[in-house]
Design a protein around this ligand. Structure first.
Ligand code: NAP
Length: 520
């Protein structure tokens, strides 16, 4: 006699599929075959003991047939539909962003529930930190804290894991374990996704469990969702971003207050705009990690960080900032992701000259901006706070709400276009990328210097659009001067070849300094 789905026995396939001890097994055989799918209250006796918990109360298994198995049963895929009252969060990290998420849920949790007609409530049930005894500005009940992240991932009362510890080692293990356990992950960790995203996205796909990462790029600016959702119908030809607030602040102070780099960095640290260890911010890698994520979303293939050209702001000198000003430009740490006619993608991060009149030139302080050019939308600009406790928490909480909605609907990630969707893609070699250039040559002040440099540039086929060599009023007869050349657009490789020859001239006293002049 055929049994109704409600009475069906669920038999976990866990051993056959090598599923982990903790978390939710994803496939069940339903006996006898019920071809239509449906939903049942789980018979918890059929579930692995680690899944038999009070958190099952009110949860329904929503299933749909995947096809006939060798036996007479039908193999079903199911997702947990968290129709219980509250979604449990395991919060890994209670630093700047983690404690901000705690505060924001406390402040606006009711509002979020109201907006979802009461259907979305969140509760932080466990908190992972390095030092539970540390004094903290934001307090949470002591019993929530642990140093044992595994126990948090395995805790049946935790439905979603939020990773806000940073780094690429423990964070990787934690995120991977959560995905394998079928628990959606929310993270703000751009380094983790840019460096090890390939493996994590593969796990996400394999276990049909989403990774949400709005906070990983440009803090509070919803650029990830904009690209994944609002602009999903566009072919994106370029993304240009100022996406590191610390560098932007330092460059602004070097421009406006004429500070040198060490003084501007010191000020940024005193104001809390730079980390104690500022390396990743000023060497360009923080911005590059974000650019890699933007490029992956826009162009669909994994980008190897080793193939990305990255330069930071540590070597920017007040002299170049001043010359830029004289010539009508400002210096910004720019990320460029650009599609070329041959389908190759140019991706690079470096301090560049942009015209004073361009809208990105007015992005100051620690603000971020991302300019997107799509074939349908044309130009769009996203502007706002790219870091900090509240703006970043805003993005984390938005992801939590999305994760909660998906859990409620009993759906997996659905791979909504943000996971890599192309097997391969080609990056344009940096030597083939073309812009105009500003090149400053420290030289001995003697007749014929300009002609010597110009003839080697001409030999390489590089046109000169201008020269600039202001006399220092304090040292009108100085022996050494700086000679600036503005060069027409040419491949970077061609410029490098010419500079090698010019550096060998006896009048050139130090390595030439190069900035790209961007046409945006
Ligand atoms: N800060 C921002 O404005 C911002 C903006 C966008 C994205 N993000 C990203 O968000 C993440 C968190 O940044 P944050 O500024 O909040 O960092 P943070 O202030 O340094 O906080 C890190 C937290 O993680 C905990 N932690 C670190 N290593 C751990 C380990 N091995 N095991 C257990 N707990 C560990 C720390 O514990 P203790 O408290 O005990 O030390 C601390 O609570 C990073 O990936 C960052 O790139 C930050």
């Amino acid at each position: 006699m055929k049994r109704r789905p409600e009475q069906a026995t669920l038999r976990p396939l866990q051993p056959q599929l090598g599923l982990p001890r903790c978390g939710w097994p994803k496939f069940f055989n339903v006996f006898p075959a019920t071809p239509t799918g449906g939903s049942v209250e789980p018979d918890t006796r059929a579930l692995p003991c680690s899944c038999r918990s009070s958190s099952l109360a009110g949860i329904r298994l929503i299933f749909a047939p995947l096809g006939l198995c060798a036996s007479r049963s039908i193999r079903y895929r199911f997702h947990v539909s968290a129709s219980c009252d509250t979604i449990g969060i395991g919060l890994a990290g209670f630093g700047t962003v983690g404690s901000g998420v705690w505060n924001m849920l406390a402040r606006n949790g009711g509002l979020i529930a109201d907006r979802a007609r009461g259907a979305l409530r969140f509760e932080i049930r466990r908190i992972v930190v390095r030092d539970p005894g540390k004094e903290r500005e934001v307090t949470a009940p002591a019993e929530l804290f642990t140093t044992d992240w595994q126990s948090v991932v395995e805790d049946p009362s935790v439905d979603v894991v939020v990773e806000l510890i940073g780094g690429t080692d423990v964070a990787y293990e934690l995120v991977a374990a959560a995905l394998v356990a079928g628990k959606p992950v929310v993270t703000g960790n751009k380094a983790l996704l840019a460096e090890r995203g390939g493996d994590l996205f593969a796990l996400s796909r394999e276990h049909d469990t989403p990774i949400h990462f709005e906070a990983a790029v440009a803090g509070g600016i919803p650029i990830i969702k904009a690209l994944q959702e609002s602009l999903v119908g566009n072919r994106v030809s370029s993304i240009t971003g100022i996406i590191n607030g610390t560098s932007n602040y330092i460059l602004m102070r070097m421009t406006e207050a004429e500070l040198d780099y060490p003084a501007a960095l010191k000020e940024a640290k005193e104001l809390g705009y730079a980390e104690v260890d500022e390396t990743l911010d000023v060497n360009g890698w923080d911005a590059a990690h974000k650019a890699i994520l933007l490029g992956t979303i826009a162009h669909g293939f994994l980008i190897d960080p080793e193939e990305v050209y990255v330069r930071g702001i540590e070597y920017v000198r007040p002299l170049d900032i001043r010359f830029a000003k004289d010539l009508g430009y400002v210096v910004k740490l720019l990320c460029i992701v650009r599609e070329h006619g041959d389908g190759s993608i140019e991706i690079r991060t470096q301090p560049s000259f942009i015209p004073k009149s361009h809208i990105l030139a007015s992005v100051n302080d620690v603000f971020n901006a991302v300019a997107v050019r799509g074939d349908a939308i044309g130009d769009a600009l996203f502007y706002g706070r790219g870091a900090g406790q509240d703006p970043t928490s805003s993005s984390v909480v938005a992801d939590l709400v999305e994760a909660g909605r998906l859990l409620r609907q009993g759906r997996g990630s659905g791979h909504r276009g943000f996971l890599p969707y192309r097997e391969t893609g080609t990056l344009k070699p940096i030597d083939e990328t073309e812009t105009a250039y500003y090149v400053r040559f420290p030289v001995t002040d003697r007749p014929g210097v300009v002609a010597d440099i110009a003839s080697l540039l001409a030999e390489a086929g590089i046109g000169i659009s201008g020269t600039h060599s202001p006399v220092d009023p304090d040292q009108p007869d100085a022996e050494f001067v700086d000679m600036v050349f503005l060069l027409h657009t040419c491949p970077f490789g061609t410029l490098k070849g010419a500079l090698k020859k010019i550096e060998a001239l006896d009048c050139v006293t130090e390595r030439p300094v190069v900035f790209r002049i961007e046409t945006l």
